[in-house]
Design a protein around this ligand. Structure first.
Ligand code: PLP
Length: 450
């Protein structure tokens, strides 16, 4: 693409003068300018091309500027840009049908929101009203969004300054064998002990007080820990035992990211699919082309609001541009086999290549993931597993690895001591290999810091 470097420079200057950025100390920022995007690539403010291994916020599952989705947004804009949420519109109706068709079980009604945080916010509200209870349990090592309830559900340091102790949220540890809180040495042990810990937490907190358990089906930003076999089934059973609503947060893991439409499907077993009571989504539903999120609702929770009004809403619930983008996105994903491509490339290219990278670099403690959803856990010492950056922080070594990736032409997603490999579901084998070769070279910098 033709890139106007002067316009990029002016955009940067105006940004630094007028734009207040998320999660940041404003005076310490040096944000990257993005001037163009296409498929799996982005271009920065100097006109350099980078392979997007971040999918931005792990949301552009169909890649950038997918022509069918761009066209669908333009068509919808020409036809009908916006209506109040009380009115029926065809884009929203069809998006709800396509989502209901793909979610497990009978999650057949969809409440649309503007993004993931408010989806979780509303899921919790529904669970509280449905059960008449207030407390919500969520994992340490999780992210559920930036609004007040969602950030308090979150199990990472972004909660701390927002936590006034009155959110009604209790945190527990989920399964994470590499850094097991349960002194487990096998996935079976980790699963059994994590479930035991969850149930004990419920007993100690008062089962009759607990409205919901919310879980990322695969924790994303917190480190892409695929739950061991049996864990999600076990959570479902515990919820059933105590009348607790199971909320599956599929905001990052959903819509193809893990090589399935929804990551909860990885837990399917001889009993069939695992069906949460509420499933939240955003990001991949339309690859973020227009802001959209939502809650897929089971019949028994929907019934609570059949005769009694649901006390919540948004001006843009089911916005036509956003839902038209969702319709086009889901159809393009299905027609072009994107979920299958994500599963295949994870199993055949990214997984095996990351294993080889792990063998070559002493700084790599573990690689784990599925589909186009992988974490590379960097450590100072493979014996002690001391992370290359402390929990909740960055480090000089991590910053150097990230900078090296970028200067070699790859944009990674990084958090604390981890580099995540999260390209679009559409990535080709050659593009995946190109990015992994850059990561391989950049990790020399991490090795040198040991
Ligand atoms: N839940 C999960 C698992 C997420 O990863 C995110 C965002 O990263 C959210 C919720 C919040 O979504 P949003 O930023 O659209 O509010």
């Amino acid at each position: 693409p033709a890139i106007d470097l002067d316009a990029a420079k002016r955009a940067y200057e105006l940004d630094r003068k007028h734009v207040f950025h998320s999660w940041s100390a404003q005076a310490k920022l040096n944000p990257m300018t993005i001037t163009a995007t296409d498929g799996c690539y982005v271009w920065d403010g100097e006109g350099n091309r980078l392979l997007d291994f971040s999918s931005q916020m792990v949301n552009t599952n169909i890649g950038h500027q997918h022509p069918k989705v761009v066209a669908a947004i333009a068509e919808q804009a020409a036809k009908l840009c916006t209506v109040a949420p009380a009115h029926v519109n065809d884009a929203r109706s069809e998006a709800a049908r396509l989502i209901a068709e793909r979610t497990p079980g009978e999650l057949n009604q969809v409440f649309f929101t503007n993004g993931g945080a408010d989806a979780n916010e509303h899921a919790v509200r529904m669970a509280r009203l449905h059960t008449g209870r207030r407390k919500v349990l969520s994992r340490y090592r999780s992210y559920h969004g930036g609004t007040d309830t969602a950030v308090n559900l979150t199990g990472d340091p972004r909660r701390w300054p927002n936590d006034y102790g009155d959110a009604g949220v209790v945190h527990f540890f989920g399964p994470f064998l590499y850094r097991s809180r349960f002194h487990a040495t096998t996935q079976e042990q980790e699963c059994e002990r994590a479930l035991d810990h969850l149930e004990e937490t419920i007993r100690m907190e008062g089962p009759s007080q607990i409205a919901a358990i919310i879980l990322e089906t695969i924790p994303g930003t917190a480190g892409i820990m695929i739950p061991p076999p049996g864990y999600l089934r076990g959570v479902r059973e515990i919820c059933d035992r105590y009348g607790i609503v199971f909320i599956a947060d599929e905001v990052m893991a959903g819509f193809g990211r893990s090589g399935k439409w929804f990551a909860i499907e990885h837990g399917d077993d001889e009993q069939g699919p695992i069906v949460p009571d509420l499933l939240t989504f955003a990001k991949g539903v339309n690859s973020g082309y227009v802001p959209l999120g939502g809650v897929a609702i089971s019949p028994h929770i929907a019934a609570t609001f059949a005769e009694t009004p649901y006390p919540g809403g948004l001006t843009y619930s089911g916005h036509p541009l956003a839902t038209a983008a969702a319709v086009a996105t889901i159809n393009a994903m299905a027609d072009e086999g994107m979920v299958e491509n994500a599963a295949r490339i994870g199993a055949e290219v990214i997984g095996p290549e990351l294993e080889r990278i792990a063998q070559r670099h002493p700084s790599v403690g573990e690689v784990r993931g599925a589909g186009v959803f992988w974490a590379v856990e960097l450590v100072k010492d493979s014996e002690t597993r001391e992370p290359l950056a402390p929990y909740g922080a960055s480090s000089d070594a991590m910053n150097k690895v990230i900078a090296e990736c970028k200067s070699r032409g790859m944009l990674p997603f990084a958090n604390f001591n981890r580099i995540h490999v999260c390209p679009p579901c559409t990535i080709s084998d050659d593009e995946a290999r190109e990015g992994l070769a850059i990561l391989d070279a950049a990790l020399e910098v991490a090795d040198a810091a040991l």
